[in-house]
Design a protein around this ligand. Sequence first.
Ligand code: UDP
Ligand code: UDP
Length: 474
Amino acid sequence: MSASEAVVHVAFFPSASMGHLNPFLRLAALFIRYGCKVTIVIPKPTLTLAESNLISHFCSSFPNQVTQIDFNIIPVDPTTANTSDPFFLQFEVIRRSLHLLSPILSSLSTTLSACIFDFFFTSPLVPIVEKLSCPSYIFFTPGARILSFVAYFSFLAASDTAAQPRPSTFIGDVIQIPGLTSPIPRSSVPPPLLGSNSFQRMVVEDSHNLTKFNGILINSFEELEGEALTALNEGKVVKGLPPVYGIGPLRKCEFKNVDQGQRGCMSWILKWLDEQAEGSVVYVSFGSNIDTRREQIKDLALGLIECGHSFLWVVKLKRVDREEDEGLEDVLGSELMSKVREKGVVVKEFVNQMEILGHPAVGGFVSHGGWNSIIEAVLEGVPVLTWPQGGDQKISSECIRISGVGIWPEDWGWGSQDVVRGKEISNRIKEMMNNESLRVKVNEMKKAARNAADVGGSCEVIVKRLIEDWKKNI
Ligand code: UDP
Ligand code: UDP
């Protein structure tokens, strides 16, 4: 077979949670668009219903191009795990099961051209990828600023000359990452990384092992994060990193065969949005796995009622969707609930966020600053008011501020800190909704995002180049 006719076969191994699965499947769909055959290896059982629904929609949309393989994880006794957080527990269980991956990859009927793995598995993957006969890549699902921080983290830790037990002194008041103009303050560092613990050790180790892969893919693009992408690729952040491919913004998957009965609340949400004026609705959601904090919920409701705009508010009462059992009214109380419903819509179901952000009625997004949410907002030209709840969300929020596509009221702190009062929330929402220059900036970024993702854009250039490289080995 000549190289041009050869079929490129790519395996994808995502981590748990929608924040990882969504971009992984969008990335897989991108390679399918350019003629690749795809195998997705899915850790089973999946934690959330949203993930299992997404996987089945994805596989039924590409029956001829995708093979799904179950990766049966070995359950651990939760009392022996390093965490009680259900999502981190799932990461840990998958990590501990990774030795089972080699036989799966080597038993595939079509030879692999490349493997793309989630960053969360970096270190345990090293002995596995050393034995693979195809190149292997890390897909780092957050942005380039966060990757710079993570890549620099092991260098920073190694510079810590303090004798144990005085760990973590390597994180000072600010982290000045070489090649980035704006430093990362200690207050933006993901809280679990500030103490010496197994998570910190894992990130240090994974950061160090990034060099063992052939490349790092990232859901970002030049106009949004040019400085960080350049610094990473010119060896300024750390020396020896493989190429970092800004392959974003990843567009939503177009699913086939989803019958209307499976659309749940989306049917009436879209109907309701159709009745609202263009750019008039505030969309509020804190991602796929953060429960809305009980102490904050009433003030958030008051802020929305007061802001003078209609709103679509997604409330999560439990972190894992399979455990949702309470009614919203029980939490808000019937009086507040009826006031909320006079002004907007509140749901506790998993919604199709990209479809909502793409609706012309939506004029602003109150978000926790998850990277996928940011990219989705930019792709649809919706300004963001970011309210980081944990993890890397303050570093993503810095990116929002630097790029000018949204506002970040830094004095709100982490979502788990002081309750932010309704009046303050309403003022900041008004600021986002009425800020014309913000709208202009986000529309410019939307144009750049679409150019990057369109025919002839940077995303296509990178995908084609990778495919050509992989074909040489077939
Ligand atoms: N999402 C969604 N509907 C919801 C909540 C989340 O479609 O009700 C999607 C959202 O579009 C994004 C992903 O789930 O693609 C969440 O990822 P993000 O990085 O924004 O935040 P995380 O959930 O990882 O904190
Ligand atoms: N509604 C809401 N939150 C919910 C469910 C409903 O705000 O969780 C509001 C929304 O405005 C919707 C109306 O109540 O249009 C009726 O909702 P229902 O789910 O009963 O829809 P139906 O299919 O009866 O129109």
